[in-house]
Design a binder for this molecule. Structure first.
Ligand code: DQA
Length: 149
């Protein structure tokens, strides 16, 4: 059993009502319940954290090490495009992670095309709505099961 930390950045608490044509109609609680189900079915445990504050996400990443988190799925939302602090935290703990987005950031405004996290991630999944998390988990499971068969 591995612990997978699923981090959600600013404004993702508004999923369901926030620009549904871009982000879909599922709430964050719906998405988290689906993630829990998928993780349980594979014998893993998901831990969830959402914050609108950069420093709280940095703290969650720092604490992940002592909490024995083995993998992180992160949708850093707007902080993806701005945060050196999140990048440094992820580098510091050295826990494998996937960057995840509901929307296809590359089909949107130019400022969304740059990520401070992507080049140090295992990979990036973007554009599949709530299914992006499922796809990220499939890749996370493969990574975990490869490193700890
Ligand atoms: C997002 C894409 C970001 O550019 C945006 O700032 C978000 C959500 C996504 O999931 O599509 O808040 O990360």
């Amino acid at each position: 059993m591995s612990k997978i930390l699923v981090l959600q950045g600013p404004n993702l608490n508004l999923l369901g009502t926030r620009e549904p044509s871009i982000y879909g109609s599922q709430t964050l609680a719906d998405i988290q319940a689906d993630i829990d189900k998928l993780c349980r079915a594979r014998g893993h445990k998901a831990l969830h954290f959402q914050s609108n504050a950069e420093h709280e996400l940095v703290n969650a990443i720092q604490n992940a090490k002592q909490d024995n988190i083995e993998f992180i799925v992160i949708n850093a939302a707007a902080l993806t495009h701005t945060s050196v602090a999140l990048r440094d935290a992820l580098s510091a703990v050295g826990i494998a992670f996937i960057e995840c987005h509901l929307s296809n950031v590359y089909s949107r405004e130019a400022f969304r095309h740059h990520s401070y996290l992507a080049d140090i991630a295992i990979g990036v999944i973007s554009g599949f709505g709530a299914q992006s998390y499922e796809l990220a988990l499939i890749a996370a499971f493969a990574h975990l099961e490869q490193s700890d068969p």
